[in-house]
Design a protein around this ligand. Structure first.
Ligand code: PPS
Length: 570
């Protein structure tokens, strides 16, 4: 475990054991209980082990966790804004006592590290959400993750690193903090300004980063996040190909590119400080904070979670202590008369300003519309068009949800036939009963089992969507958070159209085609949706269909028209 001091960058704490100690640990770990790291934990552990999260030496203890939530500091007073915790299942936590050591493995079972447990606790997740993210609104991706994906128990303690998580992609572009500091040293770069991004870069970003470097008289590090970003973001393979094109636009020897396997939390101001600490660990001296840094978008009332310049304000308060200077930036806009991008606060009165928002850009891609040269580089646009063909060439999922007997299966079948008739794509029907017979035959109707059933459907639908097909799913899917998880994964692969079949309970019960409602009322079937089990009404489905007074034919037609208007069908 090394700790050394650099002229800039501060003390770096790498948590890897030396070669022979790592071999011994491998042997010992055969007898340890094992925890399979989740995708987010794999990102966290990589940055803990390689020192990017210095001074952390493991997953947080309860004292550090409490202090971070309350005061953005570790229990020893060091500034640290984001909780880095290891969440596990109840069953796993029951096997582990304080003082025990267990193995942390990747999804293939490869040993990454061991952890000596010093703390085990059940967090108050609502309080955590409020303190860390300033909100309990589940439209915030990190709040949603905390409440619906993260396990219920946290284990804290020091890590002993055995082997870095494996990456097969873009290996030459991945650097540990020590490696990147070494590169800066070799190049003689004394001052380095880092740019964080989770989006493709266009001309405005190039101008912004170049100006930042010029202002700071520094070299430039483009360090995009390739771990976990906001659901719906452009996949990192495509982005990295885009970054490589943009890199060629900078003057030679000024700029370098390195990938950061970070799992973002989208925590706005707190996240900006965290990003800065990480960049300092990578040996940077300056950090760019633009408008709405690491912003999660709007909450369920349509208000932004954080103000556009809150991150800059919080950074300013802590700049001295962070020991990495902020280069603040306003949004960049294009001034047509001057044919250049400038910060929004530097435009002159009467000048014609052009701007394409992220949403508008995505719309143009989806619909195959023109993207002007002043906005982006032709090579970047071509790359994005290749990965994100217009909607009529993408796969998509139609996800029905509604009570038993609401008419989901009937409409789904009618839609299936219409889509087959159209003939554009291959179509797969994942009806509730079909899935329960073929994929989920061992499952019952507890919340846990229903969630597992829906996540399985989501997994299959994602694969179908990714490969350009159409998945029609028709389960009850009573829980909003689980539907949201399915939406998030499917949308990473193509379109997701949620159809709430809203036929009222009375009508479903009156129909009672399978006689199940009668049995549920008599208490013969337990946990029956709508009778003795909840159904959470979708808040924002793409379509709501009540079949009380609508034939399946017409209902399917309405969906078909919706798919046309969204551009999925021509
Ligand atoms: S879930 O909640 O999404 O996992 O449910 P799903 O896989 O769609 O299965 C629902 C079908 O199973 C029958 N069934 C029940 N439904 C609800 N609650 C209970 N307890 C239950 N027990 C059996 C019922 O026929 C559902 O089919 P549909 O097509 O919805 O009527």
């Amino acid at each position: 475990m090394g700790a050394y001091k650099e002229p800039h960058g501060g003390v770096l704490k790498e948590l890897y054991l030396g070669e022979s100690a790592a071999e011994d640990e491998q042997q010992r770990a055969r007898d340890y209980p094992s925890w399979d790291l989740t995708p987010r934990q794999l990102c966290d552990i990589e940055l803990l082990l390689n020192g990017a999260f210095s001074p952390l030496e493991g997953f947080m203890t309860q004292a550090d966790y409490d202090a971070v939530l309350q005061s953005m500091r570790l229990s020893d007073g060091t500034l640290w804004p984001i909780p880095i915790t290891l969440d596990v299942s109840q069953e796993f936590a029951e096997q582990i006592d304080s003082g025990a050591t267990f193995a942390l493995r990747d999804q293939e079972g490869v040993l990454v590290a061991t952890l000596e447990v010093s703390d085990k606790w059940v967090p108050d997740k609502t309080a955590e959400a409020q303190q860390a993210f300033g909100s309990t609104d589940q439209l915030h991706p990190a709040v949603h993750y905390l409440m619906n994906v993260a396990g219920p128990v946290y284990l804290g303690g020091k890590l002993r690193g055995v082997e870095p998580p494996t990456h097969y992609d873009f290996r030459l572009l991945r650097d540990s903090p020590a490696e990147l500091r070494g590169r800066f040293r070799k190049l003689g770069w004394r001052k380095v300004v880092a740019f964080q991004t989770r989006n493709p870069l266009h001309r405005a970003h190039q101008e912004l980063t170049f100006r930042a470097a010029r202002e700071a008289e520094a070299n430039l590090l483009i360090q995009p996040v390739v771990g976990m970003t906001k659901p719906g973001d452009v996949d990192h393979y495509t982005r990295v190909r885009c970054y490589e094109h943009v890199l060629a636009e900078y003057p030679e020897q000024t700029t370098t590119l390195s990938l950061l396997p970070l799992a973002m939390r989208m925590a706005g101001p707190r996240e900006a400080l965290w990003h800065a600490i990480i960049r300092k660990n990578y040996g940077c001296t300056h950090f760019i904070v633009g408008r709405d840094h690491a912003g999660p978008g709007d909450d369920s009332k349509g208000e932004p979670f954080y103000g556009p310049y809150d991150a800059q304000d919080l950074y300013r308060e802590h700049e001295q202590e962070l020991d990495i200077s902020m280069v603040p930036f306003q949004m960049m806009v294009y001034v047509e008369d001057r044919a250049e991008h400038v910060p929004a606060n530097e435009t002159r009165q009467g000048e014609k300003i052009l701007n394409i928002s992220g949403t508008e850009f995505r719309r143009r891609l989806q619909e195959g519309l023109d993207i002007p040269e002043w906005f982006s580089y032709p090579k970047v646009v071509a790359e994005l068009r290749r990965s994100y063909p217009p909607r009529h060439k993408q796969g998509f999922t139609v996800f029905f949800t509604g009570l038993s007997g609401s008419g989901k299966s009937t409409i789904a079948n009618a839609l299936l036939v219409k889509l087959l008739e159209n003939g554009d794509r291959r179509v797969t029907l994942l009806d509730g009963d079909i899935v329960r017979k073929n994929l989920s035959s061992e499952l019952g109707f507890s919340k846990e089992h229903r969630d597992l059933n829906i996540l399985r459907i989501g997994f299959v639908a994602t694969e179908i969507t990714k490969n350009g097909g159409v998945a029609i799913c028709a389960p009850i899917a009573p829980y909003a958070a689980t539907r949201r998880r399915v939406r998030d994964v499917v949308e990473s692969a193509g379109g997701f159209v949620e159809v709430h079949v809203s036929t009222p309970l009375e009508v479903c019960e009156q129909r009672d085609r399978k006689g199940l409602y009668a049995k549920a009322r008599a208490g013969i079937i337990k946990e029956f949706t709508g009778i003795s089990d909840p159904y959470e009404t979708p808040a924002n489905p793409e379509l709501v269909i009540d079949t009380s007074g609508l034939s399946p034919e017409l209902a399917a037609h309405r969906i078909f028209v919706k798919l046309e208007s969204m551009g999925f069908i021509r």
